[in-house]
Ligand binder design. Structure first.
Ligand code: MG
Ligand code: ZN
Length: 219
């Protein structure tokens, strides 16, 4: 009997992810892996982000256990989108992204957004070959998420705190949240956003655009 160690599977994923990163770099694309709990507002954030991009061309990969509901929403924005249904798997892996890329026109893509399966645990361990990883949290989830799920915050390039329009109605210690994120990850900016009323979306998209400009200047 051969026992396949989780370690080996992760190592194979990392190699594939490195390969993907090189392929996207050759095309001058910046890829963004959006991670966060179910209901944190990843898809709504993505909708607002796409509206703000102006001339920049986006493509989207949607990851869900089931349905094409999120891809249908993105399609309404006129943006090329591929839905991956993981059929029970609670995260995306690099191999799934590799398959989805065949369906997208990379020559017409500046920013590639990947919306991961809603989950604060294992997406932290699966490199998708992305340049940037943004963890989306929302004030309705409570301020203790960085303390309870430190790894996903440690490995993020940025944190988007969504639904800030609801702050007056929920128990959420914003200063505590900010402090906990900065203790885990001093480099990561925290964007205060409401994807429903548009607060903070410009700051977030400006950051993405700056990252794209930086990557292209280094080619
Ligand atoms: Mg979604
Ligand atoms: Zn998983």
């Amino acid at each position: 009997m051969k026992v396949k160690l989780a370690r080996d599977i992760l190592k194979a994923n990392d190699l594939l992810a490195e390969n993907l990163r090189g392929r996207l770099a050759d095309q001058g694309i910046v890829s963004v892996n959006l991670v966060g709990s179910p209901g944190s507002g990843k898809t709504t954030l993505l909708e607002r982000t796409l509206e703000h991009l102006g001339e920049l061309r986006a493509s989207v990969i949607e990851g869900d256990i089931a349905t094409a509901l999120d891809a249908e929403r993105i399609e309404q924005k006129g943006v090329p989108v591929v839905q991956i249904n993981t059929d029970g798997t609670c995260h995306l892996d690099a191999n799934m992204i590799l398959g989805a890329l065949d369906e997208l026109d990379l020559a017409r893509t500046d920013l590639l957004f990947i919306e991961n399966v809603g989950n604060l645990v294992c997406p932290a361990g699966w490199d998708l070959g992305e340049d940037l990883r943004a963890v989306v949290a929302s004030v309705t989830e409570g301020d203790e998420k960085p303390r309870k799920y430190p790894r996903i915050f440690e490995k993020a390039s940025a944190c988007v705190l969504n639904k800030v329009d609801l702050l007056p109605y929920v128990v959420f210690d914003l200063e505590r949240f900010r402090k906990d994120v900065s203790l885990l990850n001093p480099e990561a900016p925290v964007f205060l956003v409401s994807a429903t009323d548009g607060t903070g979306v410009a700051e977030w998209t400006n950051w993405l655009e700056a990252k794209l400009a930086l990557k292209r200047s280094q080619r």
